[in-house]
Design a protein around this ligand. Sequence first.
Ligand SMILES: [Zn+2]
Length: 480
Amino acid sequence: MGKTNKKHFESLVEVMQKQTLLAHVSAVTDLLALDEFLHICSQSPFNRGVFVYAYILELYRKSITERIISNDLLYVVEPALYKFQIAKEDFPEETHIPDESDLKISDEEKELAPAAYYDRPWFGKLAEAYGLPEYVRKGYAIPVERIFDLYETRTITNTIKYQLNIIQDTFREIYGDHCYRTLIMKEEGERLIKPKPPLYVMLPTIIYDNTIKKYVDLLFHLFSHEKKYIEREIVSNSHTILLSFPLLVRELYMDRQKEFEKQFDYFLKKMEKHSDLIRAVSIWNTNADTLDPRFLIKFIYKLRSNGISHISFVTSDLTTIILFCIGIINSVSIRFNYGLSRDPSKVAAPYAIPATFYVPLLHDFFSISTADKLYNIIGWICECPICSGKAPSSLSYKEIIKHNVYSRLNELEQFYNCKDEVDGIPEILKDDFNTIKEKRREIKKSVSRASYDRINSRLEHIRKVAVFMQDVVRLLKKQV
Ligand SMILES: [Zn+2]
């Protein structure tokens, strides 16, 4: 182990001594949730942080930076490069398309589909910062077959630079050139503030194909070509930065598990070659309901035995939250609203996310009307101080977000508090399962077929997780 690497490794151990809970900010309304998150868990046993998408950061750069600095938060910036891949024709809603005569485009470029977000204020800023091809800056989406070009245009390294610098640059903008000497008056006295580097750097999730192999090839192409840059900028320059990359785990689905395992082995083999650079993996899973917990833990242990010391989850579904609470995952980005899909054809506008209500008994978000029906049948579905016995539909949008934050953090605290009891977590899950199961007939009569199917599959998932957790907790106990 070289000198730099040793130092890097030591600081990594330091970072890992405490786990990090990241509030997921992918929509403007999530800023409200972030404030509530900071308010509620100021005494949290975890490091607190924010996982913010670049387009939201561009819209609210100063206010997000101020929150990061004044609350001493860790942060991760998701470059959201996939947003530039979405063509207007795939976009679900009607929005303004720029007039082609203004763009002075070539015949070849006329073949390209207009980008879905061209009229959004962050589009040009990010396209410029990432050094995206000219045609993207003119408002056209990146065609799938040109994704390989991104590596030639150094777009990936530009997104890394963006993540490394954006918060520090904004901080300098707010406080001036003397920022590193700025003293902030706090109730407890003066303190020197200096923005930290990001918790880890993300390589963009490129939705190119459903196969992991192609994506992995793209990533390792980057490692081979930009190794010096990565070593200089990331590994040696800043001790707390963890290099991480998202892994599309669609193939984690039960029915395609064999294929996924093959691809995952391929990934591990490739990774060994760059083990001096890679210490962290952040995992995306696109469909929590179908995730097999047994396979998930095998996946995590494989990563660990391959020298990956930081494992982070971007989706905060039930299994992930529990694995985080029992200390198997280092960081998790917790959502306070129904998650955005990673599939570009399904991604909605970043501004308006319809209100969804977190139903603690089912450990998932449901529409307000379904939550209301459950409330009418069960009588109570939340014990948080925001709800205080009221029906979900009687809450304001702001109250719903507060409820979502409160109930998610409450759930996390419950799991965390009983992590040392063998049956603690499975008991919580079994109680929730039984409460809903007893009322299953009434629920079926009251909700739509689609909602009932979703409730049922959720219930099945909770049952599966309860059984699985019983095994995991026993296993962990034996090891201690
Ligand atoms: Zn509530």
